[in-house]
Design a protein around this ligand. Structure first.
Ligand SMILES: Nc1ncnc2c1ncn2[C@@H]1O[C@H](COP(=O)(O)OP(=O)(O)OP(=O)(O)O)[C@@H](O)[C@H]1O
Length: 342
């Protein structure tokens, strides 16, 4: 297993000039040995580029990749000893499940009894023990993808296991199970795992730390709690959460810190307030949805839109009401030029 240090940038173009020419803007980050990480962001933000740079499929146009302090920037995935699981199954149809799982170990010359034992452990974790002698060709797409996951996890001596949206072909119910399973497997195997996804639920259930990316930039690395409570960048506030954070002009209620231009407050922390209460503002309700476990109320104050998640016991204001919403409290964040300042 390895600690991975990145200090690099990458452009697919020969002479990058502007920020837009870079798939990855200069970044410095460390993945702890044995940690579980997710790279999360919308399509085109650079997640796969970053993953492929870690694996060695792509060489960064500038900077270095280090494994345990050694420069591996020019090494192949084989030399780096990386296991990678892709979006679609990469398995041998003519082999059985057991033979598929054993393949990466056989390749490395592991002793047969050790292979048997390890294949048994992995098959059990993935609940495939009863299918070990089944030929892969006859299996459904999600079972095949489970084999791919197993092949990624079977070797104990890898530097890291990298996953690129591995649950895409899996149906939603099994997806939920496998996410939890992967988390459990991480606890048991203590491998360094890096997982690319555009799905926040997937990232937040699986990873100890999530790297949130937008337009070639890693804007925050943090736990689910940190990303929710203290988004370092407005993009994180907007991207994480359902719905995302509210952003209002900082001066909309008195008492903003010097220099802050934007106030951010999660819909979960917006409250119904008394008229003219401190830290509250008046807004006209435009929408009111009963989402089952909460009310989602949308209101407008000038050009600003406020969303509030109110408890099901509340009687929410009706559409057209001019209600007062508390937006300032201990959970309120302030931003200047998109960056958190207080
Ligand atoms: N081989 C390539 N040659 C040129 N440009 C590329 C190449 N691969 C990716 N890009 C560009 O680099 C940027 C980042 O792409 P990347 O695939 O890393 O993003 P992503 O976040 O993984 O997106 P997705 O989820 O859609 O795969 C995009 O603008 C993409 O068009």
């Amino acid at each position: 297993m390895a600690r991975i240090d990145l200090d690099l940038a990458h452009s697919y173009r020969p002479n990058p000039q502007k920020d837009e020419d870079y798939a990855l803007l200069p970044l410095k980050m460390t993945f702890r040995d044995g940690g579980a990480y997710a790279l999360l962001g919308p399509s085109g933000c650079g997640k796969t580029t970053l993953l492929n740079i870690i694996s060695g499929l792509v060489t960064p146009s500038q900077g270095t990749v280090k494994f345990n302090g050694h420069d591996v920037t020019r090494q192949t995935p084989q030399q780096r000893n990386i296991a990678q699981v892709f979006q679609f199954p990469v398995i041998y149809d003519t082999m059985t499940v057991a033979e598929n799982l054993a393949f990466p170990l056989k390749n490395r010359g592991v002793a047969p009894d050790r292979i048997k034992q390890r294949v048994g452990v992995i098959a059990e974790m993935l609940e495939m023990s009863h299918q070990l002698d089944t030929r892969a060709a006859g299996l459904a797409a999600d079972a095949k993808q489970k084999i791919s996951l197993g092949r990624g996890l079977v070797r104990e001596d890898v530097s890291a296991v990298l996953f690129d949206e591995p649950l895409t072909v899996i149906d939603p119910h099994l997806k939920w199970q496998l996410r939890r399973k992967l988390k459990q497997i991480h606890h048991e195997l203590k491998l360094t795992l890096i997982y690319v996804t555009h799905d926040q639920v997937e990232a937040l259930t699986f990873a100890e730390e999530v790297v949130v990316m937008t337009r070639g930039r890693a804007v925050q690395i943090g736990s689910a709690d940190q990303l929710f409570e203290r988004p370092q960048h407005t993009f994180v506030g907007h991207f994480i959460g359902s719905p995302g954070m509210n952003f209002l002009p900082a001066a909309i209620v008195p008492g903003a810190p010097e220099g802050a231009d934007t106030l951010g407050v999660r819909p979960e922390y917006v409250t119904l307030a008394e008229p003219r209460a401190a830290g509250a503002l008046q807004a006209v309700v435009t929408q009111r949805q009963d989402v089952g476990t909460y009310w989602l109320v949308t209101a407008k104050s000038g050009d600003s839109v406020i969303r509030a998640r109110l408890s099901p016991e509340t009687t929410p204001p009706a559409i057209g009401d001019a209600a007062w919403f508390g937006v300032k409290g201990t959970h309120t964040c302030y931003y200047k030029n998109e960056e958190l300042v207080a």
